[in-house]
Design a protein around this ligand. Structure first.
Ligand SMILES: Nc1ncnc2c1ncn2[C@@H]1O[C@H](COP(=O)(O)OP(=O)(O)O)[C@@H](O)[C@H]1O
Ligand code: SF4
Ligand SMILES: [Mg+2]
Length: 364
């Protein structure tokens, strides 16, 4: 078996319902993740995409056991993480790291950067005293921050620099897998390009596996090998990235692809990807959860829940009519014309890549 096909992390029928439990909790149940299974291969970049509120972050947290699942299991290197004791959990925490969208919120404002990055080194007993300081310097250098800035505080850095610090902290325990939960969503496009390319470089350099959570398909297109598309707590399509972009099978994927926004310096606020809101996860529509917004919905869609099934090319899709929609050819759901917006964004990311290759890492 090639190293790439080895499964490092697996979610099995994961369910996370918030609320509805004891006397003090809300009687309304939020079905944030509702029966998700996926396998992440060692060394790949696996993306989880979907509109805001679809359960991406909850799924990311379940995969790391930062929250307990209502049902289901996670296997890390073939072993269930639900039953791990505290010592084994510590090891797991070292191997599996997460970086967040808002690095400012995830970095302790009262600690200087050296201590922020040094903390996991101390926690895992990796180095002490001068050796720890040296390791911190090395990590800062790795992410493109001057080691002389170790005594500065998070507020003294720009957004991009803070994300670099978050990445350095995630790298401190020498992890095997990093989950990035919208790691570039809060940054300007040019800074996004730098952070994305930094993550890709680190992945190569340290043999990491990346799981990238994003609502932005341009980011996914640029950096991921495979993509899981989530809608209201479920995976509706799971595919190699190229196949997904060339020929999306699910109407929701299609809709996402035709609506990739181009943030501009003037208008940074992302437009909604699709018409209409995602229905509430407290009362997901019966049958196919996408039927209230799907242009292809028929009576069956309102009654029967479509299972995630395998297409002949190995992709997975949850739609009663994906074959018919495909067969309708150019009319109904042919691949969208390559979006000009997507092309522009990707060109930006690549331009930065080329520039970085020539000049080395930046510390923006
Ligand atoms: N701790 C929580 N308590 C109650 N509801 C939550 C909690 N965390 C997330 N949710 C809800 O679960 C749904 C999925 O949220 P989330 O996983 O953050 O989605 P995404 O990351 O795709 O935007 C949302 O409706 C959100 O409000
Ligand atoms: S099952 Fe029906 S409503 Fe759901 S995506 Fe397919 S066609 Fe649309
Ligand atoms: Mg989220």
């Amino acid at each position: 078996m090639s190293i790439k096909s080895e499964i490092i992390l697996e979610g099995i029928d994961l369910v996370k319902h918030f609320g509805g439990g004891g006397v003090l909790s809300s009687p309304t149940v939020v079905r944030a993740v509702d029966g998700v299974s996926l396998q992440v291969k060692r060394g790949e970049t696996f993306a989880i995409v979907g509109e805001s509120g679809c359960g991406k972050s909850t799924l990311g947290r379940l995969l790391l056991r930062l929250i307990e699942a209502t049902k289901g299991d996670v296997l890390y290197e073939g072993q269930s993480i639900r039953a791990l004791g505290s010592r084994e959990m510590r090891r797991l925490r070292r191997d599996l790291q997460i970086i967040f969208q808002d690095p400012f919120a995830s970095l302790n404002p009262r600690m200087n950067v050296g201590d922020i990055i040094g903390e996991p080194i101390a926690l895992h007993g990796l180095a002490r005293g001068g050796a720890r300081r040296e390791r911190v310097s090395e990590l800062l250098q790795t992410v493109g921050i001057a080691p002389t800035h170790a005594d500065r505080y998070p507020h003294e850095f720009s957004g991009g620099q803070r994300q670099r610090i978050g990445i350095a902290r995630a790298l401190a325990g020498e992890p095997k897998l990093i989950i990035g939960d919208e790691p570039v969503s809060a940054l300007d496009v040019s800074i996004q390009a730098q952070i994305i390319n930094l993550l890709e470089d680190l992945k190569e350099r340290f043999g990491l596996t990346l799981v990238i959570v994003a609502h932005d398909l341009a980011v996914i297109r640029h950096m991921s090998d495979r993509v899981a598309v989530m809608y209201l707590g479920e995976i509706v399509e799971l595919s190699e990235t190229d196949a997904l972009f060339d020929n999306p099978l699910h109407p929701y994927t299609q809709a996402l692809l035709t609506a990739i926004p181009v943030p501009s310096p003037i208008n940074r606020k992302a437009k909604p990807l699709l018409q209409g809101d995602v229905p509430s996860p407290t009362a997901p529509p019966p049958g196919c959860r996408f039927h209230t917004r799907c242009p292809h919905a028929k009576a069956l869609c309102r009654e029967e829940h479509p299972k995630l099934e395998s297409a002949p090319d190995g992709r997975k899709v949850a739609c009663h009519f994906w074959r018919e929609i495909q067969n309708a050819g150019a009319g109904a759901l042919a691949a969208p014309a390559p979006s000009e917006a997507l092309a522009k964004r990707l060109a930006l990311y690549r331009t930065w890549r080329d520039r970085q290759d020539k000049t080395g890492a930046s510390s923006q």
